[in-house]
Design a protein around this ligand. Sequence first.
Ligand SMILES: [Zn+2]
Length: 267
Amino acid sequence: MNNPEKRNISIISVMLIFIGMCLIGTSCARQKTLPLDPAKIDHSFTIGFTPERTQLLKDYAEAHYGDYYKKSTGSSEWPGLEMKPKVIVLHFTAIPTLEGTFKVFTPDTLTNRPNLSTSGKANVGVQFIVDQDGTVYQTMPDNYFARHCIGLNHCAIGFENVGMKDITGSGLRGKPQKNGELTLAQVKSNVALIRYLKNKYPDIEILIGHQEYRQLEEPSHPGYKYFYETDPGYRTEKSDPGDRFLKAIRNELDDILKPGTHGQVFD
Ligand SMILES: [Zn+2]
């Protein structure tokens, strides 16, 4: 290949192929995660709604949401355990394993949570758990009342992500994590599950991380109408699931989240 013109054409061809591959790679990387296929949801762990648990949750709902709960479900009667989902709240477990997480949710009553038990004995719970490998476990019907976020349980679906810390930069690139950080597989599964639930319940309006729940107490917040708690002293400080994890999820959902709402409001 001594002809300089041929060599230039050849270099240009190689560059074009390279650029083409980069573009294909970029478009693949930006391909949207699809809604979760409900057939892929694992139902091997479910929270047992014993008569005691059911009564404790009703007591909690009545004590903390009172008539507001009836209003938010559109019923003048106590609707039992069902609610109308309007909000999705993302969490991490602060427990390193799936099995450990199941153990916390199994009892009917709270254990070792003195700061919460003064506000009701009903155990904490959540509708979905996402393991580190991205497997989604459903623990109860997705429109059942669960105790996972003060002020919003009457209308919020919660996801607990097994993990202790926010996702890292290497985690975002899909590298295995060693110290309980959240994973890229969990980002993808949260996105897929949110899309599935938003399709199922189009009235879901707000997406927050647990660390953001107190923002809904501000009258200017679009989710203010959903925040209700009878006890003004019953509040917690939360840091789960972390800014990077939320940002990664919101980036993937930018087609269904309203611009200018910090990724907290659906279009
Ligand atoms: Zn939480």
